[in-house]
Design a protein around this ligand. Sequence first.
Ligand code: NAD
Length: 262
Amino acid sequence: MLGAAGRMGRLCVRAAVQSAGMSVAGAVTREGDPRVGEDSGELAGIGFIGVPIVTDLGEVLTPGRVLVDFSVPAVLPAALRLAAERRCPAVIGTTGLKAPERAAIESAGEAVPVVAAPNMAVGVNVVFNLIARAARSLGPGFDMEIVELHHRRKKDAPSGTAERMAEILAEARGLSHDGIVRAREGLIGPRGDGEIGVAALRGGEVVGEHTVLFIGSTERVEIIHRAGNRDSFAEGAMRAARWVSAPGRRPGVYSMQDVLET
Ligand code: NAD
């Protein structure tokens, strides 16, 4: 587990220990982290598991193990090189990746199977499939709009998931991403045919809700995803770890769609 002392890392440690047939083989954090030496299970709130937090990935990523990462982009090139050298499959959850990290994922994917996904929640990925299918089947007679609702502390808007949903809708309908309208106000005139509206609402403690509306002249379809808590990401990561390490899995770069559908 790379990033084992972080919020997602601790949830993944707990999810791995609680998943049948899985265990935590190593727990890695950054140099200088005050939690080095602590037991990763105790840090995750599940009691002693005998796997201390260390700083050297090379010490724990040995052949036969899977690299699961929720850390920071800068560590990925070296971590993925090591995974490729040691023939360890990888699950990459870290977001905000730029060209060097994307190139590192592609390069590791030539040697080992790698699942990389900015949102590992199983339900969200199923919704991604459903909205693409609905967009294609319902066709241009249905206007497409997205509403997302998050807690009052969220820093960015619209959410990365809403942005991804808008891209999926555009691609499914063959529309330009330029038609994605992130807010409307004032005298905007009639809605354009190629528009996909995205509205962001904020309030309270809502973990995350996304509603995709397909609005026709005689009927309306709404597809809604409501997140309960961050455990859904860790559960998705465990599912990806199991999938990526299945016997016979070929090298390549895979998404959560691959994990869920094959
Ligand atoms: P966090 O800040 O709580 O944890 C990140 C951890 O990485 C920290 O403990 C930090 O010490 C550690 N770290 C930093 N440098 C390191 C290094 N050199 N080696 C090892 N560990 C190092 O953040 P978080 O909320 O756990 O999120 C981590 C990442 O996962 C973010 O990029 C976040 O956006 C992403 N994320 C992805 C999903 C998903 O479904 N894919 C879901 C939630 C969060």
